[in-house]
Design a binder for this molecule. Structure first.
Ligand code: ZN
Length: 438
């Protein structure tokens, strides 16, 4: 079985550039929790990976929620009395409050001011704001733009539609040897924001592309969904199927230069939690592991008590902890090809561990078997990492009592997962290990 996950152990600069290129292409699209921007994004992703696009009609009940009306926007601006567009959606889609209802009229400066959002701390940054569940209209502007509004009146136009339609999401299923699934989920509902939304999309798409190339023990389900309402909708439509999800990760904010952060699943000790901790620890880089909290991204839904799925969240700098978060400064410069490549390598490392992690039983458990007699020294003889290979064998033999999986053994031995997995393969070939019955 070819193992694409094991093939890439270090960040691939080519993949980093490719992912950054995809982000640059998707950057101008005005996405929201529904509408043409999400469809256009999924259409582009469909040229990279096999993607099934689902449409769920407005008004569909999904647990305690209802699929909202679909929002689309064509143009929006504020014109001064000279007829000049002083705030222009065509310059940045962040200028419009997401889900703004249509408006077209002349307003006083004071009234306009009540509908403006800006960031006092950063004079040139445009904030990102939405009003999904409350009807409103508004514009997001830089402090500098706001200060320049000195005319007594302005013409405001938001050419949007808020109407019955559907909620759109994309699903990519890569079938494996078993029906047990690994879920990879990312949100696709933010407009021109790179680290928050586009980085997760790009890494997930690249991960799907790599995994589609080779043999897989698990099936992999990639979800490209609007945040919150998208995962709630998916879970409502797949309530019984969700039990086949054995491991999962939400990918978000995976493109900035900060260290990797992994947020554990609600269970806290799920296999994916241990795999992520192991891969980050073995990376030799600085990293952070956080406990679960019912805040953040769609892990909140996957880890709600009725599902309690083993789904963690892989990030670099978490949301809200970098100043550019939810502003126009979360742009193409904030996300870096090398950080994207590093995040992809970590995903592949975690997937590689999940793919090969198993529990074995030592068939010769009374004292150590004589390795030389069985040709096992020869099996590792010429290798530069001979000492490590030998220790991996001894650890694997000692700990394989049907209760410790290879990942636990690697962690206890403070060794990378690979030599432990390789030792298990060799020991199986020599009849010294057999797989424990589940
Ligand atoms: Zn966000």
């Amino acid at each position: 079985m070819t193992d694409p996950a094991a093939a890439i152990r270090v960040a691939d600069p080519g993949a980093g550039e490719r992912m950054h290129g995809l982000i640059a292409e998707l950057y101008p699209i005005c996405r929201s929790i529904s509408g043409a921007g999400v469809r256009q994004t999924l259409e582009r992703l469909g040229t990279e990976i096999p993607l099934q696009v689902e449409e769920v009609p407005t008004g569909t009940e999904v647990f305690d929620w209802t699929v909202p009306r679909e929002w689309n926007i064509h143009d929006a601006y504020v014109k001064d009395l000279a007829g000049e567009r002083v705030i222009d959606f065509r310059q940045s889609n962040l200028h419009v409050l997401g889900y703004s209802v249509p408006v077209a009229r002349r307003v006083s400066r004071a009234e306009l001011d009540e509908h403006l959002f800006s960031l006092p701390g950063h004079r040139d940054w445009i904030p990102y704001r939405t009003s999904y569940y409350e009807e409103a209209w508004g514009f997001c502007v830089s402090e500098r733009q706001r200060e320049a509004l000195t005319d007594p009146e302005y013409d405001v136009v938001i050419d949007s539609t808020l109407a019955d339609g559907s909620l759109t999401y994309g699903e990519c299923l890569l079938e494996g040897e078993t029906a047990d699934e690994v879920l990879i989920s990312c949100h696709v509902c933010h407009p021109s924001l790179c680290n928050d939304n586009l980085s997760g999309i790009a890494v997930a798409a690249e991960l799907a592309r790599v995994l589609s190339e080779g043999g897989r023990r698990y099936s992999y389900r990639f979800l490209f969904i609007p945040g919150t309402i998208g995962s709630i909708t998916w879970l409502a439509r797949n309530q019984t199927h969700a039990a086949t999800i054995k491991h999962g990760m939400v990918l978000t904010c995976v493109g900035d230069a900060g260290r990797s952060t992994y947020k554990r699943s609600r269970r806290g000790d799920a296999e994916v939690d241990r795999a992520a901790a192991h891969v980050l620890q073995q990376s030799g880089q600085d990293y952070e592991i956080e406990d679960f909290s019912p805040w953040g991204y769609d892990e909140r839904q996957y880890c709600s008590p009725g599902f309690d799925l083993p789904v963690g969240c892989l990030m670099r700098t978490p949301h809200g902890r970098f100043p550019e978060y939810h502003t126009s400064a979360d742009d193409l410069d904030l996300v870096r090809p090398e950080a994207l490549a590093d995040s992809l390598a970590k995903c592949l490392g975690i997937v590689g561990v999940l793919e090969r992690n198993r529990t074995y039983v030592n068939t010769n458990p009374h004292c150590e078997p004589q390795l030389g007699k069985r040709g096992l020294y020869e099996a590792i003889g010429g290798r530069a990492d001979r000492k490590q290979a030998q220790m991996a064998m001894l650890w694997t033999l000692n700990q394989s009592d049907g209760r410790h999986d290879l990942l636990e053994i690697a962690t206890r031995a403070a060794m990378p997962f690979e030599p432990i997995a390789a030792a298990a393969t060799t020991l199986c070939e020599h009849g010294l290990l057999r797989e424990a019955s589940p």
